[in-house]
Design a protein around this ligand. Structure first.
Ligand SMILES: NC(=O)c1ccc[n+]([C@@H]2O[C@H](COP(=O)([O-])OP(=O)(O)OC[C@H]3O[C@@H](n4cnc5c(N)ncnc54)[C@H](O)[C@@H]3O)[C@@H](O)[C@H]2O)c1
Length: 269
């Protein structure tokens, strides 16, 4: 029987992963650590499982006598307005948290991490094959997120290489669905929020940019199969989130307003 730690479990994706973890019968204790920076306790409202403990804490300073069999690190904002306004906090949430979580992992345990398509930066190849190493600006306005994700990937893969730690890294693209924050700031939540308000939909630039979107149900299904399956360690899987790809302009056939493309919202897959 296993003890599991979920960091960032009150967030959009983390709370869905918590739902999935509660379905497992081989877990005796699930500890969810979250400081409620971008997450909400309401996201866990559907869970009434005596095995689940919620600890409101920064992951960086979370301490426990327990060593965990499985640790999932989702403690980072994914929303651009959130991480751009608090870049140092974002770096700490990813990097310092990962360092702490590695100390809480039982020997032979597995640590899963949700990385991002942002590790490719402003890519010159689209769609990106696994072999593509990216085009990242380490001094750019998105670097706190991009580079901290890259640093944690490096940290985990080196832990695997040097210490044999079991690591699972999933590079998610744009995820949407229930529990997305209305102020997330990315395309789907912007479109839905504006539409619900009866306002014209905002399009940055000329709308020809592309995105890869994955519905949360598909993403947590993929994460479950990957994180909890055997024999697929040491893989970064960008394909997980390649559910749909289409051009914004084709989708938005009517009711749109065109806005300049600010640098911070530059075209990303
Ligand atoms: N949503 C996406 O489209 C997307 C895309 C790529 C990668 N990801 C990654 O998936 C993970 C989850 O994303 P999300 O969309 O659920 O984001 P989210 O902001 O909804 O969830 C993050 C959670 O982590 C918590 N948190 C942040 N820093 C913390 C800290 N230092 N200590 C404790 N708790 C902390 C927040 O309060 C929140 O509950 C993140 O690592 C993100 O980078 C998400």
């Amino acid at each position: 029987m296993k003890q599991v730690l979920l960091a960032g479990g009150c967030g959009f994706i983390g709370s869905h992963l918590a739902d999935r973890l509660c379905r497992r019968q081989d877990i005796t204790r699930l500890v969810i650590v979250d400081n409620l920076w971008t997450g909400r306790l309401e996201n866990l409202a559907a869970i009434s499982d005596p095995r689940v403990e919620f600890v409101q804490s920064d992951v960086e300073t979370f301490a426990s006598d327990t060593k965990f069999d499985e640790i999932y690190h989702l403690a980072s904002p994914a929303s651009l307005p959130q991480y751009m306004t608090q870049p140092l906090r974002t770096i700490s949430a990813n990097v310092v948290s990962a360092l702490n979580l590695l100390t809480l992992l039982k020997p032979g345990g597995v640590i899963g991490y949700t990385s991002t398509s942002e590790v490719y930066g402003d890519p010159v190849i689209t769609p990106q094959p696994e072999t593509y190493r990216g085009s990242v600006d380490c001094t750019g306005p998105r670097s706190s997120y991009d580079e901290s994700k890259r640093c944690v990937e490096a940290m985990l893969f080196e832990a695997h290489r040097v210490h044999g730690t079991r690591v699972k890294v999933a590079r998610l693209f744009n995820v949407y669905g229930p529990r997305t924050r209305p102020d997330d700031g990315r395309a789907v939540s912007n479109f839905v929020t504006r539409a619900l308000q009866g306002k014209p939909i905002t399009v940055y630039g000329d709308g020809s940019q592309t995105r890869s979107w994955g519905h949360i149900d598909d993403i947590v299904e993929a994460l479950e199969r990957y994180f909890w399956s055997e024999g697929t360690d040491y893989l970064a899987r960008s394909i997980l989130a390649m559910i749909m790809k289409f051009r914004c302009l084709k989708w938005l056939s009517s009711s749109r307003a065109i806005f300049p493309n600010p640098r911070s919202y530059s075209c990303r897959p």
